[in-house]
Design a protein around this ligand. Structure first.
Ligand code: EZ4
Ligand code: CO
Length: 398
């Protein structure tokens, strides 16, 4: 079997998605997601100009060898553009292999370790009443776990609260930040949520890398009474040493990794068990092959999976995630923000979301297709993630 062509399709059925379609001489095709929110076209160029020409003529069954040749052969290691491009190839080749085998991908990854995949959804509100309405909406959709984000008193516009959480303008929108006000207000928000919704609802919170280690340690301690499932991205975790301090001071579980793209980013965090959940996405981590290896490394330290699943992971990336979630032993939870109805039409899929749980379905391969005609009717639209400024104008981490 040989790869005869590979094409990159960019479509924007609500937001931008980059998809690689690999074609073989036997007519079997595979899809991979290469979407890098706000930097989409960098990955398109990487794939079109430097990866597709290398794929044509190779054997699609040699997934590991192809992965290693793209990773090592580039000489320039790691980074989100490279790893998103390699991820798209890896996932497309797994799709082809599983289709040829006539099996859903999870069967090739060891088979199902559970019946269904638990998810969490997003609730947010500028104030408590708006937040409660949002939580009730997620509960009505069946979500068994909910990420809670709120406005901060005195701030006009906070990331992910009361508007589209990601790429929503052709230039970055400016949002506000004030760490002291946030640290003062958030414990009261969780107190109100617990009083309204009781002790059993599974609650999460994302700090979007905004805190220093000592601030994160304080927040973790202050949130302990509210029994969070996790506190996510409490600090910019590329400073891995900082997590030692956070960890010494709080028993609030920690989740990190959506911006990481190789296992090397996790050496200290996993090796010293400084976190509880690894958050990388198939799409940004070089694909199913390396993410599976990360989960095996994490398992040695009783750390579980929590694959990143915002709206900007395409249904192709989501499908790959759900197959992995079903197969691995140390599954924790799957983020699932859902997609617009038009996105589901552009990417018809076998996976299902029922009562808050996902299942990859039983179609051979990833169980996903791309309606190229519909995709081409919704072309790329320039869009950027917002930026964050303190009240004096200083740029801040998210
Ligand atoms: O900010 O996917 O946990 N989810 C998140 C997301 C990310 C976006 C960035 O593209 O933090 O909302
Ligand atoms: Co996050």
């Amino acid at each position: 079997m040989k790869i005869v062509d590979a094409r990159v399709v960019v479509t924007s059925p609500g937001r931008n998605f980059v998809t690689l379609k690999v074609e073989t001489d036997e007519g079997v095709t595979g899809l991979g997601d290469a979407t890098l929110n706000g930097r989409e076209l960098a990955v398109v160029g990487y794939l079109r100009d430097h990866v597709v020409p290398l794929l044509v003529g190779t054997d699609p069954h040699r997934i590991e060898d192809t992965w290693q040749s793209l990773y090592r052969g580039a000489y320039w290691r790691r980074g989100p553009v490279t790893m998103a491009a390699i991820a798209a190839v890896d996932v497309a080749l797994w799709d082809i292999k599983a289709k040829v085998a006539g099996l859903p991908l999870y069967q090739l990854l060891g088979g199902a370790s559970r019946e269904r995949v638990r998810t969490y959804g997003h609730a947010s509100g500028r104030d408590i009443p708006e937040l409660f309405d949002s939580i009730r909406a997620r509960l009505a959709e069946g979500y068994p776990a909910i990420r809670v984000q709120t406005g901060v008193p005195g701030l006009e516009r906070v990331y992910g609260v009361g508007h589209d959480a990601a790429s929503d303008a052709a230039r970055p929108v400016v949002e506000d930040w004030d760490t002291a006000a946030y640290l003062r207000s958030l414990p009261g928000v969780f107190d109100a949520v617990r009083q309204e919704f009781g002790p059993e609802l599974v609650l999460l919170h994302d700090a979007h890398h905004r805190l220093t280690p000592i601030q994160a340690a304080r927040l973790g301690k202050d949130l302990e009474p509210y029994d969070l499932f996790w506190l996510e991205d409490c600090t910019p975790a590329e400073n891995q040493d900082g997590l030692r301090l956070v960890r010494r001071h709080t028993t609030t579980p920690l989740a990190i990794g959506e911006v990481f793209n190789t296992v090397f980013d996790y050496q200290t965090l996993v090796g010293e068990q400084l976190i509880d959940y690894v958050r990388s996405a198939v799409t940004h981590f070089g694909g199913v092959s390396p993410l599976r290896k990360l989960f095996d490394f994490a398992a040695q330290h009783q750390i579980k999976s929590a694959i990143h699943g915002p709206e900007d992971i395409s249904p192709v990336g989501m499908a790959a995630a759900i197959h992995l979630d079903l197969a691995i032993h140390n599954f924790g939870i799957q983020e699932y923000a859902g997609h617009t109805p038009l996105t589901h039409e552009v990417f018809p899929h076998a996976y299902t979301f029922t009562d808050g749980y996902l299942h990859p379905g039983e179609a051979p391969g990833l169980g996903i297709e791309l309606d190229e005609e519909l995709a081409s009717a919704h072309p790329y639209e320039p869009a950027y993630l917002p930026i964050n400024r303190l009240q004096d104008g200083t740029i801040h981490d998210w």
